[in-house]
Design a protein around this ligand. Structure first.
Ligand SMILES: Cc1cc2nc3c(=O)[nH]c(=O)nc-3n(C[C@H](O)[C@H](O)[C@H](O)COP(=O)(O)OP(=O)(O)OC[C@H]3O[C@@H](n4cnc5c(N)ncnc54)[C@H](O)[C@@H]3O)c2cc1C
Length: 375
């Protein structure tokens, strides 16, 4: 009989790590989590959570508090640069008929829901701490932490994001994130009543979108090509963002003139990574952006991390050799994550090539079909 997993260390208290912590505690496992940040903060804009993510949050048993913390909506509207509606794509209520299809939520509200659940269910969280060494043998992993303490675990999960230290400890630095050539500019605004759904606008040079976050708030995102990934001066972010929005009319054009404070602009270059097999070595496994980081074009990066957590939490407690369980985890996740990463990169390439002959609406519909499949 295989030795069952009972004690797990999660490295990284972001969206994927916290989702996994809560799900493993629900199954009676002992969970420690270390987070590098001494002050556990997330930046203040929002995140789009589509039908499959609402379903995953129901699988995690967190859907009610999660929906209360955001703005539920049903459809995605696709618009021309001048604000004309081109198509409205209905979402599917994958979590059940009583739940909405999609959710817009602020990153802070999502963090509050996930960290609150993980701690409430028994996760032992240590902030300002990371792993320094991982030494594994047949029956466990000896971990040395950055504060000089040590511990032994059945499994260690690297959920430490795009620049994962655990990935480096396992595989060296051969899997490095790649800048795609584009960046994203984001800003919160008061929500007008008509933004009661995700509104995506195709622009001449990039794209923009408006996502409701609460009854009062929405956020705006704009993509732009930034050759060479220049460092943007923090005190100029407002004028630079306005410049990237010059091709838009309608509501987006009106919002452009309201961007006056550089401190309210959240700027981020787009970086991607799709790690080939394997996503684990021995008793240490990776999850979320640490193994598959995508651009935001299809709004699915966090969704993939949360789904990873659902699948890993289902498998880890099972009575089977750990190597088989981790192989099954990767098998169930690999193609779906690869589809999201590749398709998102393709949309960015269409934007940079100024391709207006492509079927973006068709790709969004295909993404919704693929992610509606069970995990
Ligand atoms: C501009 C932009 C917009 C996006 N919009 C969306 C969207 O609308 N919808 C969507 O689904 N996804 C979106 N994403 C993607 C989403 O943010 C990520 O896919 C998601 O955050 C990945 O979760 P994660 O837990 O793997 O990593 P993260 O959320 O990055 O969490 C990693 C955690 O690990 C910690 N950490 C890092 N290093 C260490 C270490 N050495 N030791 C301990 N802890 C460490 C970090 O501090 C962090 O708390 C967007 C991404 C970007 C860049």
């Amino acid at each position: 009989m295989a030795q069952r997993v009972s004690r797990v260390l999660i490295v990284g208290g972001g969206i994927g790590g916290l989702s996994l912590a809560s799900a493993l505690c629900d199954r009676g496992l002992a969970v420690d989590l270390v987070e590098l940040q001494a002050e556990w903060t997330v930046y203040g804009v929002g995140i789009i959570q589509q039908c499959n993510v609402v379903r995953a949050m129901a699988d995690l048993g967190l859907v009610d508090r999660y929906l209360d913390a955001g703005f539920p909506f049903e459809a995605v509207g696709m618009y021309a640069p001048d604000g004309r509606l081109l198509a409205k794509i209905p979402g599917q209520r994958l979590a059940g008929p009583q739940y909405p299809a999609n959710l817009g939520i602020s990153r802070l509200a999502l963090h509050t829901v996930l960290s609150g659940a993980a701690i409430e269910k028994g996760t032992a969280v240590r902030l300002g701490t990371t792993v320094e060494r991982l030494d594994q043998d047949e029956t466990g992993v000896d971990v040395t932490f950055s504060d000089g303490t040590a511990g032994r675990y059945d499994v260690v999960v690297g959920a430490d994001g795009l620049y994962s230290k655990v990935r480096g400890l396992l595989f060296g630095d051969k899997n490095r994130p790649r800048f795609t050539g584009q960046s994203v500019w984001r800003h919160n605004f008061p929500r007008p009543v008509e933004i009661d759904h995700l509104a995506a606008f195709t622009g001449p040079d990039g794209n923009a979108g408006l996502c409701p976050l609460s009854h009062e708030l929405m956020y705006l995102f704009v993509t732009s090509e930034e050759p060479g990934n220049p460092r943007m001066p923090a005190d100029q972010l407002h004028t630079l963002m306005r410049d990237r929005m010059r091709g838009f009319g309608g509501l987006i054009g009106a919002l452009r003139d309201q961007i006056t404070d550089p401190a309210q602009v959240v700027y981020k270059p787009m970086e991607v990574l799709m790690m080939p097999a394997p996503w684990y070595r021995g008793r240490v496994v990776l999850l979320g952006d640490a193994v598959h980081a995508t651009t935001p074009h299809l709004g699915q990066g966090a969704g993939m991390a949360i789904e990873d957590a659902v699948v890993l939490a289902e498998l880890l407690p099972q009575d089977a050799p750990l190597g088989d369980l981790l192989a099954r985890y990767m098998e169930r996740r690999y193609e779906r994550c690869r589809f999201i990463v590749d398709s998102s990169i393709m949309v960015g390439e269409w934007e940079m090539a100024r391709r207006h002959d492509v079927d973006r609406i068709g790709l969004v519909k295909r993404m919704l079909e693929v992610t509606a499949q069970p995990v």
